[in-house]
Design a protein around this ligand. Sequence first.
Ligand SMILES: C[S@@+](CC[C@H](N)C(=O)[O-])C[C@H]1O[C@@H](n2cnc3c(N)ncnc32)[C@H](O)[C@@H]1O
Length: 161
Amino acid sequence: MLRQSLLGAVLIVALMAMSGETPSPLYVHRDPPSPDGLGKFFLGREIAHVMGHAAADWLERPERETEEGTALLVPALRLEPGAVVADLGAGTGYFTWRLAEAVTPQGRVYAVDVQPEMLERLGARMATRGVTNVLPWLGTEADPPAAGGLAGPGPDGGCVP
Ligand SMILES: C[S@@+](CC[C@H](N)C(=O)[O-])C[C@H]1O[C@@H](n2cnc3c(N)ncnc32)[C@H](O)[C@@H]1O
């Protein structure tokens, strides 16, 4: 249920982004937070703590598509070939290669994550799949890359090609 609401939230955000609608208020705070969450809610879903890379296999579990309906997400974005996309919190790249396929051949995907271990796994997965239009990008929690900053490697060398 939680996972379905997560995917639902992602889809709603994607659709809102396309329609230009913004919910108000954007975030709601509730106290006390749940054991797994921050007490900060977005579209009715509590934002979880950062998921550690040690649990990364869970993101790639075979039953995920059935559980979450993940096949719906990328088509819902209606990406055009040639688009430039940021996958924020890319993890192991579960959605990254699907996004990369949607924008190929000339588009590219910046795969942003705060955990280098996740980006290592992501890079290996892209190589296995022969995906060449993904740029792993090591971000920080306090400093997500701005859209303009994704046009090329950051001044601090944040882009990990
Ligand atoms: C639950 S995983 C989801 C990964 C992937 N999007 C998926 O659906 O399989 C969330 C990922 O977001 C990353 N993350 C958390 N906070 C972040 C931030 N502020 N900027 C970039 N990545 C972040 C975590 O390191 C983790 O790999």
